[in-house]
Design a protein around this ligand. Sequence first.
Ligand SMILES: C[S@@+](CC[C@H](N)C(=O)[O-])C[C@H]1O[C@@H](n2cnc3c(N)ncnc32)[C@H](O)[C@@H]1O
Length: 260
Amino acid sequence: MGKYKLLDPVLSFVRNNLSLRQRRALRIILANIFPWGLNTLASIYGSDKWGGHFYTTHYHEHFRKLRYKKLKILEIGVGGYEDPHYGGASLRMWKRYFPQSMIYSIDIYDKSPLQEKRIRIFQGSQADEAFLKKVCDEAGPFDIIIDDGSHIVSHVLTSFKTLFPLMKEGGIYAIEDTQTSYCSSDGGNSKDLDDPKTSMNFIKKLTDGLNYREFNLPGYVPSYFDRHIVAMHFYHNLVIIHKGENNEPRYPPLLKEGSS
Ligand SMILES: C[S@@+](CC[C@H](N)C(=O)[O-])C[C@H]1O[C@@H](n2cnc3c(N)ncnc32)[C@H](O)[C@@H]1O
């Protein structure tokens, strides 16, 4: 039955005697006890970052060294839309994955009933620069930022341009669902893949900045992004950008050991 034969009687007992609700509660209790991987935690808490999408495998690669550090993490988009009591799956998943960290989130709707110990939620739009700056003033600087909000191209870009400069040196910024870059109803474009207004083209253009020190352009003035992006990772519908100091002759370290 199971992978571990000794557990078979226990699993049978659980399946035959506990209701769906009780089994879910048991999984959550066990998740509090065992340091399960991110894919498992996504399934336990019901986040589509695993299953609907396959982001958690990539996140684990980038986050595993940071798991037990004391970080400030911001996720754009609580989930559950208008319903104030529905959503928050990924926030609970991050809370369990990062047991020492504080999880912050923003949503256009009031999601305050979903707040709990180590989860704080602000109401406002990711397209509102002043609101984003206020959140950073109050709760930042953030070590990790995950954009899983509206996925509208202009919103994605406003959030990135506002939040990336305000996050910690050594931080990691993730943008999910980049497929909207190809969807006209979200402000994307599939017909002209070089359209400079799409999110993917904005982000792709930043890759040149990784090598700005080698440009043969006398007088070139590096942008903030040139000087502060040290690695960019492109996956299916997901981009992960590492912040650091891109002004040293050697490849700069990513999030420093012992930083919190
Ligand atoms: C895909 S859901 C987030 C799912 C959640 N991160 C998870 O994995 O469980 C997107 C959320 O973004 C919110 N949202 C939509 N437009 C927004 C905006 N302009 N600013 C902030 N949040 C927004 C929606 O209300 C919705 O709750």
